[in-house]
Design a protein around this ligand. Structure first.
Ligand code: SF4
Length: 341
């Protein structure tokens, strides 16, 4: 039996601005299975956060999901009204953001905000919700939760605010927790604690995580699989082991070379990716990475590469995998039948 919880197919999200159509997400497909921690990585503007907002049904005007499908446990989410989507948002799929201060209301106590979320999605009465809120704060490691529940957000440290946000996000035991750069604003020690907490809670609740990050170090520590996005498209999908052991897209290689130390902890020289990301108002018709790619060929500029299947858990959108392409060390070539959209 399939344990796929989320099945995203050919998703497109477009912003209809007065300047023209910004094609923020351009036909991406991926699955999330129960227990997965899926990392979505890429530079700013690669479409990773818009992908998350599309799944949550939170793309604001002038944007909207303009094509494709988001199937959550058999339910097509793109067809739901906002009111219908509210039944899923926060309950079945919840999200934590980079800066908890933008999500927490400074004029209400942590407890009030937590109790409100619990009561919105459950039948618990006020006293039961209060008890559940204390239990949740305890689960996320807030000391003296009976006292801390009366605090306002400004009385919590950055790490504690993020813990409170996680408590809110897991209050209804969601099937998927989407975390958008959840630790970027925190120092390294707190960052490790928060990531560890998220994974522990995911295991406890038998749920899954989609972790949006620009940090491959974070991915190597907590994810089991990863999608690499660029210019609104998927460049590479792989298990974490495959991605770090044998990256098969020049953009992924560029990202790996531009992190301060590799996953073994070894110090090395930083090699930035030259150039800038594409303008999604006028995205290139071919491979979006072609203006920055050291291996670009004529076809790369004319036509985007299909996704070549390299193993059951590894695929990459790059013409270098075509059996007729010039051989580049480290890149495998596959038969035509191994291509899928
Ligand atoms: Fe580079 Fe061409 Fe591969 Fe794009 S398709 S990453 S331009 S080699």
């Amino acid at each position: 039996m399939s344990n796929t919880i989320l099945d995203v197919k050919n998703l497109r999200t477009t912003f209809y601005t007065h300047m023209g159509e910004v094609q923020a997400v351009r036909g991406i497909s991926f699955e999330v299975n129960q227990g997965d921690v899926l990392g979505i990585v890429g530079e700013s503007g690669s479409g990773k956060s818009v992908t998350a907002m599309s799944i949550m049904g939170l793309v604001d005007e002038p944007g909207r999901v303009s094509g494709g499908s988001i199937l959550f446990m058999g339910q097509e989410l793109t067809k739901l009204s906002d009111a219908e989507m509210n039944e899923y948002r926060g309950k079945e799929i919840s999200m934590i953001f980079q800066d908890p201060m933008t999500s927490l209301n400074p004029v209400y106590t942590i407890g009030n905000q937590l109790i409100e979320v619990i009561r919105r999605h459950t039948d618990l009465d006020k006293d039961q919700a209060h008890a559940r809120a204390i239990e949740l704060l305890q689960m996320v490691g807030i000391p003296e939760p009976e006292i801390r529940i009366k605090n306002y957000p400004h009385q919590f440290s950055g790490g504690m605010r993020q813990r409170a946000m996680i408590a809110m996000a897991i209050s209804c035991s969601p099937k998927i927790l989407i975390a958008d750069e959840p630790t970027t604003a925190l120092d390294v020690t707190i960052q490790a604690q928060i990531l560890d907490l998220m994974v522990r809670l995911k295991n406890q609740l038998h749920s899954s995580i989609i972790l949006i990050t620009h940090d491959l170090g974070v991915v190597s520590e907590v994810c089991n699989k990863v999608n690499v996005m660029y210019g609104g498209m998927l460049m590479e999908k792989a298990s974490v082991f495959e991605l770090f052991d044998s990256p098969q897209h020049p953009y992924t290689l560029g990202l790996l070379k531009s992190i301060p130390r590799d996953v073994t902890g070894e110090r090395k020289r930083l090699v930035p990716i030259e150039g800038t990301p594409p303008d999604l108002l006028k995205p290139p018709s071919g491979c979006p990475f072609s203006p920055r790619c050291p291996y670009a060929m004529g076809i790369c500029v004319r036509e985007a590469a299909p996704l070549y299947t390299l193993s059951d858990t590894h695929s990459a959108s790059c013409w270098l995998h075509h059996k007729g392409a010039p051989v580049v060390e480290g890149f495998v070539q596959v038969e035509e039948e191994s291509v899928h959209e």
